[in-house]
Design a protein around this ligand. Structure first.
Ligand SMILES: [Zn+2]
Length: 425
């Protein structure tokens, strides 16, 4: 079997895990827009795909270890040193009803790149290590990038383990249930580089017909959770004048964020995006003036000051909205993920590697968050993007053509070979 066919097989096989569909999906045209993959951390589907990845790692000769929060490491020692490790990987959990390439491509691509290195008889002088991060998506335990936050020391293992999912199950219990509560204490002291291959999850590469994106910056993410308290009342008998309608107040906040983010992009040339993606209306009845609204606001940019200013302007706008509608607005600010600049050295290595294997590239930023942005704070990190058809991701219609996956793999293989060589002094 030739090499890309094996990666294709791994992705098709694992693409059935957590999906309610009777058959294997091998082509774009076979996707069902209603049926994506659902593999939040701790689910049966999550266990299955982890087990499959561990099997693949062992098969290519990697030594597998699991840390306290279920991150998986598969290591191949270097021929000259056991220091200066090159890490490569991504995540295997998914959003609810997501796509089969998001995360899985980076994990099985890393394993395939090493399988190919073995096959070629290439001697990696530094160690190569595949990493699978726990709970990258916030789909089970709410905090995104959880496994990499623990690995990089931003979140304490005990704190992560005590987080609960929607069913009240802690991460510790969830990992125990699927057999991935390990005890390996992985420090990053011996790690020099991190590389992650991922689907772009945006339209740029597909639109421009460029096979590889080299990521320079990853947007930061700031969340603002707002609760608007008004007065629940009868929709028929309450005069307009005396209403305290929490949803009308919320609609002003939604308009403000969308307008202001657009303005920043047009007038200031920023890459700001602002979204209200979550709204809970209480009591949510057609004949009742809404008394309470909970709202989830997501603000992103590659420049932290732009995120700060949209956040602060939104908070200020809320003060005015409180006054005009007679409502009370309280806000929560979960910890912000800062934007990350990836390593120039790794960016240049990806660039050179792509040239070596004859694949065209473009430099770009990532609007989506990735574990690599945590890793970039501690070690030299780079990301390789492959095209997403029509920019679709986090949904059942996410797809990347097999030729593009082969291109990504070729580049990744070359990058690992180049980074694993020790430069002559
Ligand atoms: Zn992902």
């Amino acid at each position: 079997m030739d090499m890309i066919n094996r990666l294709k097989e791994d992705l098709i096989e694992t693409g059935q895990m957590g999906r309610t569909l009777p058959r294997r999906i091998e082509r774009y045209g076979q996707l069902d827009p209603q049926k994506g993959v659902t593999r939040p951390t701790g689910t049966e589907a999550n266990r299955k795909i982890r087990d499959y990845a561990v099997e693949c790692m062992k098969e290519v000769g990697l030594e597998v270890k699991i840390d306290k929060v279920g991150n998986i490491f598969g290591r191949k020692e270097g021929s000259k040193t056991n220091k200066g490790t090159v890490m490569c990987g991504s995540h295997l959990d998914s959003v609810i009803n997501g796509g089969m390439f998001d995360g899985a491509l980076g994990v099985f691509g890393a394993i395939e790149a090493i399988r190919r290195i073995n096959h070629e008889g290439f001697q990696n002088e530094r160690p190569l290590e595949v990493v699978v991060f726990t709970a990258e998506e916030g789909s089970a335990f709410r905090q995104t990038l959880l496994g990499s936050s623990v690995l990089t020391g931003k979140t304490k293992p005990e704190e992560a383990l005590s987080m609960k999912n929607d069913k009240g199950v802690t991460l510790e219990e969830a990992l125990g249930n699927i057999g991935y509560k390990g005890d390996f204490g992985r420090s990053l002291d011996d790690v020099e580089y991190m590389v992650e291959m991922h689907v772009e999850q945006g339209p740029v590469l597909h639109r421009e017909k460029i096979p590889i994106g080299i990521v320079e910056k990853i947007s930061g993410v700031a969340w603002l959770i707002a609760t608007i308290l008004g007065q629940e009342n009868h929709a028929g008998t309450t005069p307009m004048k005396i209403r305290k309608d929490a949803l009308v107040a919320a609609s002003d906040i939604i308009s403000f964020i969308s307008k202001r983010a657009n303005e920043m992009v047009v007038k200031l040339g920023t890459s700001t995006v602002g979204t209200v993606g979550k709204l809970n209306v209480f009591p949510n009845g057609t004949n009742i003036v809404p008394g309470k609204v909970e709202m989830g606001i997501d603000i992103r940019d590659v420049v932290p000051q732009n995120m700060e200013s949209l956040k602060n302007e939104t908070l200020k706008a809320m003060k005015d909205i409180e006054k005009s509608y007679g409502v009370d607005i309280s806000t929560e600010l979960p910890p912000m993920h800062m934007p990350a600049s990836l390593s120039d050295e790794v960016v240049n290595t990806i660039d050179n590697s792509a040239r070596q294997v004859g694949v065209m590239t473009r430099r770009m930023n990532s609007g989506a968050a990735h574990d690599s942005q945590n890793m970039a704070e501690s070690i030299k990190t780079g990301m390789i993007f492959v095209p997403s058809i029509n920019g679709i991701s986090h949904g059942p219609l996410e797809w990347t053509n097999w030729e593009d996956i082969e291109n990504g793999l070729k580049v990744l293989n070359q990058v690992l070979k180049n980074l694993s060589r020790i430069a002559e002094e």
